[in-house]
Design a protein around this ligand. Structure first.
Ligand code: ZN
Length: 447
């Protein structure tokens, strides 16, 4: 095995995974400084971005100085297609990937041998954190091809696991292989995982009992806790959330540990920031914001401060597993959906999440923002679960107060709340499925 570790170790790389936070930050700063220096000297495209922002490599002295670097928006990285952001010599590139290009021109991602080794390492680290050990057998059932799940394939082999390169398709056959080969670990999307369960049951195979599956890493699409419960029960596994983006090769950026409450972002590989999408400034630890990634483990590419436009929280709070790398919460939506109300940034997805946790509140709501006495005002219309409560003035007032108080805690601001009968608000089908479609902004547009 490429890693010098005992199979009884909780961590594949204890010295990295449990490194004190101060040391992690020092290491991150050094890596950023090196990339900026190298890019400034060798990459005209990135140098131009620095010059436009009025920054030189000498300006990056302390950790906070990272904020001086320009953000990379998707359109900037796209315009660098194919190799403008490449710092390495093209003859040293061992693998070329691209993003899907479904929403415009693709982004090219290049990996040198060192990048390939690092990619295998972070994927192995994830598999290990989720309970895999040498001798286990992985079925890699993300699609094979450009910027997909191949990182898991390399990662598993680097820690002496076997790999069945299953991909997606011929599902009944894959189910047979899982059973006949003694596959222990599944990596795929939650949707395809559930499809496998369905196909297996049609064949009379109950994967929870008829296979050796013990764990699975799922990603590439958002999935709620209820899906985790279904995957765990129907496959007889522990199901972990994994995160990767095509712009950074794919899987291996962040993964859950046994605690299953947030994904550790591998801080020696990826530097993660969480910003207010309107101001670009850092938000507090654990607060919702737009997640920004820097590929600081990269040998080949100046991919620093890439705005993902995904909304989540980042926290450096210590984790019970002992790992010190920051944790990213579930992705709650897109920062493009952020609303600015009286100086507060409010995500409709956060309102949805807040209401979801209040007993007695149903699953439909509307947000109305209007100007009252020249100030922004937010009103939340929330359906109750059971209409009986609306006939009980005392209970209804109590529930209303609870909603206001929870919103104050989780949104930072105090809305007016109106409870509505179940089924009385417009339904999803007419107004779109995402939380942002439930917003009615009646403020005069800024001209
Ligand atoms: Zn942990």
């Amino acid at each position: 095995m490429r890693y010098n570790v005992s199979v009884t170790s909780e961590y594949l790389q204890p010295e990295i995974e449990t490194m004190p936070v101060e040391q992690i930050r020092e290491m991150q700063l050094k890596k950023v400084q090196n990339i900026v220096k190298k890019a400034y000297a060798t990459n005209a495209y990135y140098k131009k971005l620095l010059v436009e922002k009025g920054v030189t490599p000498d300006d990056i002295k302390v950790y906070e100085d990272i904020q001086k670097l320009p953000f990379l928006e998707k359109k900037i990285v796209r315009s660098a297609y194919p190799f403008e952001l490449l710092m390495a010599d093209q003859k040293d590139v061992r693998e070329y990937h691209t993003t899907s290009g479904t929403t415009g021109k693709a982004i090219a991602i290049c990996a040198t041998q060192q990048d390939m080794d690092n990619w295998a390492m972070v994927n192995a680290r994830e598999l290990w954190a989720c309970g895999c050990r040498p001798g286990d057998l992985l079925i890699m059932s993300f699609a094979y091809g450009l910027a997909t799940g191949i990182g898991f394939h390399y990662g598993a082999q680097s820690m002496d696991m076997g790999v069945v390169p299953g991909g997606i398709g011929r599902t009944e056959f894959l189910v047979d292989l899982i059973k006949d080969f003694g596959v222990t670990t599944l990596t795929t999307t939650p949707t395809y995982g559930m499809y496998m369960v369905e196909k297996a049951l049609e064949k009379g195979i109950d994967l929870a009992h008829d296979s050796k599956l013990k764990n699975g890493l799922f990603g590439a699409e958002p999935w709620p806790e209820s899906t985790r419960a279904r995957l765990e029960e129907s496959l007889g596994i522990k199901a972990y959330n994994e995160f990767g983006m095509g712009e950074f090769l794919g899987p291996g950026m962040a993964c859950e540990c046994k605690e299953q409450n947030g994904m550790h972002v591998w801080a020696d590989h990826i530097l993660v920031e969480c910003i207010n999408p309107e101001t670009g400034e850092w938000v507090g630890d654990g607060e919702q914001g737009e997640v920004v990634f820097s590929w600081i483990g990269s040998d080949s590419c100046a991919m620093l401060r890439y705005r993902s436009h995904d909304v989540a929280s980042i926290s450096w709070e210590p984790c019970a597993c002992g790992r010190t790398h920051p944790k990213m919460g579930r992705i709650l939506g897109r920062s493009d959906d952020a609303l600015s109300i009286s100086g507060y940034v409010v995500f409709p997805s956060k309102v949805e999440e807040t209401l979801d946790h209040i007993k007695g509140i149903g699953n439909n709501f509307r947000m109305i923002i209007e100007t009252v006495h020249e100030k922004d005002h937010l009103t939340i219309l929330a359906e109750v679960e059971n209409n009986d409560i609306l006939n009980n003035e005392v209970e209804a007032a109590k529930l209303n107060k609870e909603v206001v108080s929870q919103c104050k805690t989780h949104l930072g601001m105090t809305p007016t709340v109106e409870l509505k009968p179940a089924g009385s608000l417009p339904r999803d089908a007419e107004h779109g499925k995402t939380a942002s479609k439930r917003v009615e902004d009646r403020r005069a547009p800024i001209v």
